[in-house]
Design a protein. Structure first.
Length: 114
């Protein structure tokens, strides 16, 4: 009987840890999406205000290059971020199901024991 409770405790812990990781991942993805949107707004603002000004044009090209580099760690592409958002959502769902199942099993064991 003690082995059953240890297994259930392990399932609860795994579910909670996995859910926490998924939650952190969702926060990271949301941050990346916001960073990318802010960078694109900044470029748009520079484009709107740089008519005929060579210095602004140079700043626009530098900012545009920074956003379009595939290795920019602060702002991944929107598509990559949306895919990662879906992955983290699925991770959260799966870990929540793990917690729910462990809860159901614990309830069954308690019902049988009483």
């Amino acid at each position: 009987m003690t082995d059953n409770f240890a297994s259930i405790n392990s399932a609860f812990n795994s579910g909670v840890q996995g859910f926490s990781r998924a939650s952190d991942g969702l926060k990271d993805v949301a941050l990346n999406i916001n960073r990318r949107a802010a960078q694109e707004r900044e470029i748009q603002n520079l484009q709107d205000t740089s008519v005929g000004n060579a210095r602004d044009q140079q700043a626009l090209e530098v900012a545009d290059d920074a956003v379009n580099q595939p290795t920019t760690p602060t702002a991944p592409d929107f598509t990559d971020s949306l895919v990662q958002l879906r992955v983290e959502q699925r991770n959260a769902e799966v870990n929540a199901k793990t917690i729910e199942t462990a809860d159901d099993v614990l309830g069954t064991i308690i019902d049988v024991r009483v």
